[in-house]
Design a protein. Sequence first.
Length: 342
Amino acid sequence: MTIQTHMRREVNEIPQVVSNFLSQSSGTLDAAAKRLREENPAVVVTVARGSSDHACSYLKYAIELTLGLPVASIGPSIASIYGKDLHLPSAAAIAISQSGKSPDIVGMAQSARRSGATAIAITNTAGSPLAEASDFTVDLHAGLEQSVAATKTFVTSVVAGLALVSRWSGDAELSRAIDALPESLAKAVACDWSELIGALDGHNALYVLGRGPGFAIANEAALKFKETCNIQAESYSAAEVMHGPVAIVTPGYPVLGLAARDAAEVSVADMAHKLAGQGALSFLTSDRPGAAKGLPFAATGHPITDPLSLIVSFYGFVEALSRHRGLNPDVPPALKKVTETV
């Protein structure tokens, strides 16, 4: 009998965790959105590392597409190592950390607030140092995450940011799509990507393609390949892969195209099919016809939320791939749950 890993259990919990978050965090989200509307920031900056930084990348696209505001990622070392404050009097600063304990993330959030930004923390630890450093704390209410590889906290961090954006912008369609996410993500959990498991036998390197918010998801998928399966996965925008990286895509080289139902779907699908036509072992989350092999996906009905369902399906697949390779996805070598960088 196969013993269920913490990672598998936590992937299965994602729809309910998202539902819990949406029902418990409205007050803080409303208050933060009200402040942002009143202050009308000219720019948004983000502070994070690892999976949390991928969540920030997702929110960058969501904010730019929905609110038309430029979003920049700040290196936490600007404050922690180099001791510099940035000039941020007309900015909103979003810091994401599931533990809220990493000194460099906390230091940069403190710096941003000291420099005039409205600081918003998204964290799974409400009483953490990051929460204390911020004007508003959005608690993920995700419960204990025991697997080193973050899954439910990553997804809920993105949902938290999207819920803030929908309130800030007043986008009713986005709000409805977010409210429907628990059902959409339950369908994503059920998507079967097992065909991809055996196809990767003998392979220890691959490309993951995406674009727009889907590129943030490709970054997260590549990290999880490394963390849980010891596979040297690299993520690329479908618009960038032909600018050099395509040179190592030899016959049989694996490619995973994470195409969402948005304006970038054609670009990602066309590239996955193109590489398949050149001999790559190419898989794609799209119904667009071509040489790449299709993978099932759960559409969410909105272009901003649609990429999020792909990572939920991916998480279930990569957990199974890790076990298939004789590894334990809960305890990747040389990694620990809370990384406190300076």
